[in-house]
Design a protein around this ligand. Structure first.
Ligand code: AMP
Length: 434
């Protein structure tokens, strides 16, 4: 499967963790950066949050650092803020869950006692803000001689925040012979200078989120309470909208794509009017479906991003985001499929409460607010099933925690009190560590 994570030389532990996270195929930055880092090159990556850049540098590093060894850190990841340090550390927790690697995040604005304890217990990977790193180094708590990998994430922000002096000092106290990765959302002159100082013959990798969606695309967003409403709304649109002549329906996972396909085939369109493509479909089946859609004999194509990436389908009247993409550039890619060559097109997005977080971030990337539309009165809006509303609350909690590491998680707390058994994986990991 050329577009899956199997194309990289990653071990089973990492591939299983990637699968658990539900990543079906690498994002563009991952596709470019992972092989290059695996080969041992220094990398300069120009990429924003939302591109999948964290896993792009973590996966090859986890592969190299491999398993717990000795007590001194072998990989140092610098981040400008406590929030980002915590987020990176959480990503390591998830990606390294089947390994015995030890890692933690250290940052200022809080006591250093528990951070020092974690360091003394032995670490393979350390995520740090520059100030706190230097503090603890000067206290003699950090042994730097084994550092082989150094990552600077959001270098532009670190420089804007005035961390350059600390970064210079850090570079003086870590071994010269090491691999370096530098990631930055923008590439102003000062970052260029830093990269020249810091990186050795780097490979430059850039993913440019096209910040503006095609001007000919009309965007619409529907706020829906649950999955069933998405299904009903989709059925209504395909059935009732005479302008909808050829549409791609994007789904987050293979399972959702299959369910949407089955529903449309059974209830909405004629048998041969809809096809589904995703990574589990054989290459031939996929090509057949794409060709039939291109020729116009199939009206609706249900797809995951993976399956749809790179295929050139022109003149689509509607793009329907059945799920909000979590790789934010995918939104731009998805809606770029309509409104091509001066044809006007409509891009419709369905958003549940737990997806609002991602829509906000997408709106930041495209620098516009997507106009909200009311759900047509003919569409049936069923009650949200208990399990689904729990899932959503859990997701919203996790999002709030991402934004504010101090947020304890109202939902999880409540659950703990009622001693219900299911907590999210992420939460279980956090608990274990504390
Ligand atoms: P980042 O740009 O690293 O902050 O990642 C943005 C979001 O995309 C995070 O929520 C990741 O968990 C998610 N993500 C990263 N890589 C992938 C992938 N290959 N497929 C789906 N989601 C991903």
């Amino acid at each position: 499967m050329p577009d899956s994570f199997n194309q990289f030389d990653l071990n089973k532990q990492l591939l299983n963790a990637v699968e658990d996270l539900g990543y079906t195929s690498p994002s563009p930055i991952q596709e470019k950066a992972i092989p290059v880092i695996m080969q041992g090159h220094d990398v300069l990556g120009i990429a924003q949050t939302g591109t999948g850049k964290t896993a792009a540098f973590l996966l090859p590093i986890l592969m190299k650092v491999k398993y717990a060894q000795g007590n001194a850190i072998r990989c140092l990841i610098l981040a400008p803020t406590r929030e980002l340090a915590v987020q990176i550390n959480e990503a390591i927790t998830e990606l390294a869950k089947y390994t015995d690697l030890r890692h933690t995040a250290i940052y200022g604005g809080t006591g250093s006692k528990s951070q020092i304890e974690a360091i003394r217990a032995g670490l393979d990977i350390l995520v740090a803000t520059p100030g706190r790193f230097m503090d603890l180094y000067l206290k003699g708590e950090l042994v730097t001689k084994s550092i082989q990998y150094m990552v600077m994430d959001e270098a532009d922000k670190m420089m804007d925040m005035g961390f350059m002096p600390q970064i210079r000092r850090i570079l003086e106290v870590i071994p010269r012979k090491r691999k370096n990765l530098l990631f930055s959302a923008t590439f102003p002159e000062k970052v260029e200078r830093l990269s020249q100082e810091f990186l050795e013959a780097p490979m430059r990798i850039e993913v440019t989120p096209q910040a503006t969606a095609a001007a000919t695309v009309e965007q619409e967003l529907y706020e829906v309470p649950n999955f069933r409403t998405k299904i009903n709304l989709l059925g209504h649109m395909i059935d009732k909208n005479i302008d909808l002549t050829r549409a791609i329906v994007f789904c987050r996972t293979k399972t959702i794509a299959d369910n949407v396909y089955k529903f449309l085939e059974r209830k909405v369109v004629k048998e041969n009017d809809v096809r589904v493509i995703h990574a589990n479909k054989g290459q031939n089946t996929r090509l057949n479906s794409i060709n039939a859609f291109k020729e116009g004999s199939v009206k609706i194509l249900v797809a995951t991003d993976v399956a749809a990436r790179g295929i050139d389908i022109q003149e689509v009247s509607h793009v329907i985001n059945f799920d909000v993409p979590v790789i934010y550039e995918d939104y731009v890619h998805r809606i770029g499929r309509t409104g091509r060559a001066n044809l006007s097109g409509v891009a419709i997005t369905f958003m549940t409460p737990s997806e609002a977080y991602h829509v906000k971030k997408i709106e930041k990337v495209i620098r516009t607010e997507i106009p909200r539309k009311p759900i047509p009165s003919e569409v049936n809006i069923p009650e949200t099933p208990f399990e689904e509303s729990q899932e959503m609350l859990r997701a919203i909690d996790d999002q709030r925690k991402k934004e504010d590491p101090d947020f304890k998680g109202a939902f999880h707390e409540k659950k703990a009190k009622n001693s219900r058994p299911r907590t999210s994986k992420k939460h279980r990991h956090n608990k274990k560590k504390r």
